[in-house]
Design a protein around this ligand. Structure first.
Ligand SMILES: [Zn+2]
Length: 475
């Protein structure tokens, strides 16, 4: 018998392992904190607060585009609801936002087979003037295909970008497809195009077009840009495939109006022995205008407020301060996030951990992070506390959401309960983003996953280290 197989040695080894595991748990979280995490998880599945919030926001406020009356109403709603839920230090902090007005848009194929199709202007697009623009069209797949065209190929033409977004669970398909929406109009304009039509950044076969921000560069003329749905883009592709010249007509009355005062709405569950350290919970209050912003981002607002409400109801108070920030204008330039950073420049380092919910109404399927690698065992232990939810353990390269991007670039660690985005881009930025898209059960599960993660993040017995590696761009 080999010595290392002796029962005594094995017994010793086992007891060392048990002691080590126990020490590790005791090191990161107290027994009471882990018990409270279980309580939070159980209560989240029985709590209707988040659903009631997204129902109330979408019913009583509706669309909340930056600078619109709905934006203002959203701020008032958030102040009222945070106060009703008993959050501390509830306040609106000014953020100046752009005010772009959509107006109406029209899209028609004039030749070879005339028909009109539903369309939406891309956010920020200029209008066409009341006569609209009639022009011959050129089809390209994406930005690379546009750049590969011979000189003069799109001069005085309307460019149609035909690439279809891929459906993924984690949003990777969106990240790959969205540069066409952001940069396509200016890229085409730089080559002499007079207008742009894109296939919506969408995974749906419905006829709802998807809007979303386009970003004009200062080096190219501004040209109007519209989106059409996937089935209509397919039909337009077939018109091109006929081999006959395609002529399009676009018209839009979009326009820019003067900037408007909006606000980030902030509320807290104050911490105790580490109260100066902030665990920030971000979501955005604004939405695009065609729908009522139920998934984007009413659900995120509801998840974060629901989480804070459940933590507030615990018998024990959090060690670190939990700060819910409902950001103004994420959609059209992240003005709220930038204003928050400007107002908190001296306190960046106090933001010790971030969570963001801006990817629909769940369920949560994965736990990823961007923390100092030495602290991955802490995230592992949070993952173990989430075991009943049967999540996948993600990696440590989470990008997080847009509103906390600036803080995470400055070294704030993030923990990312990943919302399942498989069907998110079926309705994202469409008129169909309504309460009917929110599954109450998935929303409760999401609140449970966030509540456990946020709570343990706030209770961690050590100090959250800053992340020092360079962060890649989100898109
Ligand atoms: Zn969003």
């Amino acid at each position: 018998m080999h010595k290392q197989n002796s029962p005594i040695f094995l017994g010793l080894l086992l007891s060392i392992c048990t002691v080590t595991a126990a020490a590790e748990k005791a090191e990161h979280f107290s027994r009471a904190d882990l018990a409270a995490a279980t309580t939070l998880r159980e209560r989240a599945f029985a709590d209707a607060t988040a659903y009631q919030l997204v129902e109330s926001l979408t019913t009583e406020v509706g669309p909340r585009a930056a600078g619109s009356p709905g934006d203002k109403a959203g701020v008032a709603w958030a102040l009222r609801e945070m106060q009703r839920l008993g959050f501390a230090n509830v306040r609106a902090v000014e953020a100046i936002v752009p005010h772009w007005e959509r107006g109406e848009a029209e899209f028609a194929v004039l030749a070879p087979f005339p028909q009109t199709m539903p369309t939406l202007a891309l956010g920020g697009s200029i209008g066409t003037g009341s006569e609209g623009i009639d022009a011959d069209a050129v089809i390209v797949r994406d930005l690379a295909a546009l750049a590969a065209l011979p000189a003069g190929a799109v001069k005085d033409k309307i460019v149609f970008f035909s690439n279809r977004m891929e459906r993924t669970r984690d949003g990777a398909g969106y990240m790959k497809a969205v540069p066409v929406r952001a940069s396509g109009p200016s890229a085409a304009a730089a080559l002499g195009a007079v207008g742009v039509v894109i296939r919506s950044i969408s995974t749906s076969d419905s006829r709802f077009p998807h809007t979303g921000t386009t970003r004009y560069t200062i080096t190219a003329p501004r040209i109007p840009a519209l989106a059409i749905s996937n089935p209509d883009a397919d039909a337009l592709v077939r018109q091109f495939e006929s081999g006959k010249p395609v002529r399009l007509r676009i018209r839009s009355s979009s326009r820019d109006l003067p900037q408007v005062r909006s606000a980030n709405v902030v509320g807290e569950i104050p911490g105790t022995d580490r109260a100066s350290e902030i665990v920030i919970l971000g979501a955005h209050l604004d939405s695009w205008d065609p729908g009522v912003g139920a998934l984007d981002d009413g659900a995120g607002v509801a998840i974060m407020m629901g989480v804070a409400k459940l933590i507030k109801e615990l018998d024990v108070k959090p060690r670190r301060t939990i700060r819910v920030v409902l950001f103004a204008n994420e959609e059209f330039g992240t003005s709220g996030s930038l204003a928050y950073l400007a107002a908190n420049e001296a306190q960046v380092a106090n933001h010790v951990l971030g969570f963001e919910a801006d990817f629909g109404a769940g369920p949560v399927w994965r736990l990823a992070s961007r923390v100092d690698p030495a602290q991955l065992p802490v995230v592992d232990q949070i993952f173990r506390a989430l075991a009943p939810l049967k999540l996948v353990r993600g990696n440590n390269t989470a990008l997080g959401g847009a509103d906390l991007d600036a803080l995470s670039k400055r070294g704030m660690p993030i923990i990312e309960p990943g919302l399942d985005g498989t069907t998110y881009f079926d309705v994202h930025h469409t008129a169909n983003d309504t309460l009917a898209q929110v599954d109450p059960k998935a929303l409760r599960q999401s609140v449970a996953a966030f509540a456990v993660s946020v709570w343990l993040g706030a209770q961690y017995s050590g100090s959250w280290e800053r992340v020092t590696t360079d962060k890649p761009p989100r898109r």
